[in-house]
Ligand binder design. Structure first.
Ligand code: VGL
Ligand code: ZN
Length: 192
């Protein structure tokens, strides 16, 4: 529908198997996401790609006392999007987050202009998929709800890191408990 937008969260090489901070089966989100991207794009609806885009001495890295190995360092190979991710030519926006040394951002809205880009277009509903379910997907979705958007969680296009077993399941339950609606590709095709 008009006023719908797709948000693709952090589908970057470092979050894929073999990357610096791999999400198990993270690459499995790509085929489904490409279908969502094609669907939105074919209807002229905007697609927003978030990316983790850290300086090399970022506060979230272990050397600075953070939780994570260095990942998604600006302008490195690991920060690039998965090679098979479909990036349309039109109506697509890249949102870099976690770009300053002393702040981390699990949400695509934190420290970015994503909210103003959506507002400018009158977007009311956002469809969110990508990685990691239990970090950046969750925080981006909760941010969207807090900012007043209606949020769909793309159940067939998310994967989590599960630092503790069950983290992704709990993240999904939390998102649904605060108002997100879970959908899959088949739901969209049956109403298209
Ligand atoms: C993420 C951990 C650290 C994510 C980003 O994209 O979910 N997770 N930085
Ligand atoms: Zn990060």
């Amino acid at each position: 529908m008009p006023h719908d937008a797709l948000i693709v969260v952090d589908v970057q090489k470092d979050f894929m198997p073999g990357g610096a901070l791999p999400v198990p089966e993270g690459d499995k989100v790509v085929p489904a996401l490409n279908e969502y991207i094609g669907l939105f794009s074919s209807k002229g609806l905007p697609v927003y790609f978030t990316r983790d885009w850290h300086p090399e001495d970022h506060i979230s890295f272990k050397a600075q006392g953070g939780l994570w190995p260095p990942h998604c360092v600006q302008n490195t190979e690991g920060a690039r999007f998965h090679e098979e991710l479909y990036i349309p030519h039109d109506n697509r926006f890249i949102i870099s987050k976690g770009t300053s040394r002393d702040f981390d951002a699990y949400s695509g809205f934190q420290g970015t202009i994503l909210d103003s880009l959506l507002k400018e277009r009158g977007i009311r509903r956002v469809f969110i998929g990508g990685v990691a379910t239990d970090y950046c997907v969750k925080n981006t979705l909760l941010g969207a709800l807090n900012l007043g958007y209606f949020a769909f969680l793309l159940l067939d296009a998310i994967k989590g890191v599960d630092v503790n077993p069950g983290d992704s399941e709990r993240a999904i339950e939390e998102m649904l408990s605060v108002g997100a609606v879970a959908i899959s590709l088949s739901d969209l095709y049956s109403t298209a």
